[in-house]
Design a protein. Structure first.
Length: 143
């Protein structure tokens, strides 16, 4: 696949779980790897038809994680503004769940990008700070 943006590393975030279902996962990840497209790992509410499971995969030199929050009550509600879906502040334990995944993605890729989409008030900023401290701690304890 040829892209019109060869100077940029492109990343793909799937918005429906069918892309990474048991049936489609290998084919999806192979396509991304063959075309040097970064797979975006997600953290979002689970249990909905649209939910993308937290599949951990590296398909290029860049690893990407996007945190959407876990606001189940507003995730698929029709009368909720988009900003309401992302009204969620991760607690320390929820971010620590990602420790082994941060390590894995850091080792398998050359760069790790962590993006917070829980952009209601300053929740994304707070969680980004927490995550930076967590990753710094992991880096200082790595062999």
């Amino acid at each position: 696949m040829q892209t019109k943006l060869p100077q940029y590393q492109l990343a793909v975030e799937f918005r429906h779980g069918s892309w990474v279902s048991e049936k489609n996962l290998d084919r999806t990840l192979s396509f991304l790897a063959d075309n040097k497209l970064a797979y975006v790992c997600v953290d979002e509410p689970q249990g909905f038809n649209s939910s993308v499971p937290p599949v951990i995969a590296v398909t290029s030199d860049v690893s990407v994680i996007r945190f959407h929050g876990r606001n189940k009550a507003a995730w698929e509600r029709d009368n909720t503004a988009a900003s309401g879906r992302f009204n969620y502040l991760y607690n320390d334990n929820e971010l620590r769940e990602w420790e082994p995944r941060f390590r894995e993605l850091s080792v398998k890729g050359k760069e790790l990008h962590v993006i917070f989409n829980n952009c209601y008030d300053d929740k994304a900023i707070q969680n980004a700070r927490q995550t930076k401290l967590l990753i710094d701690q992991l880096s200082s304890t790595s062999p």
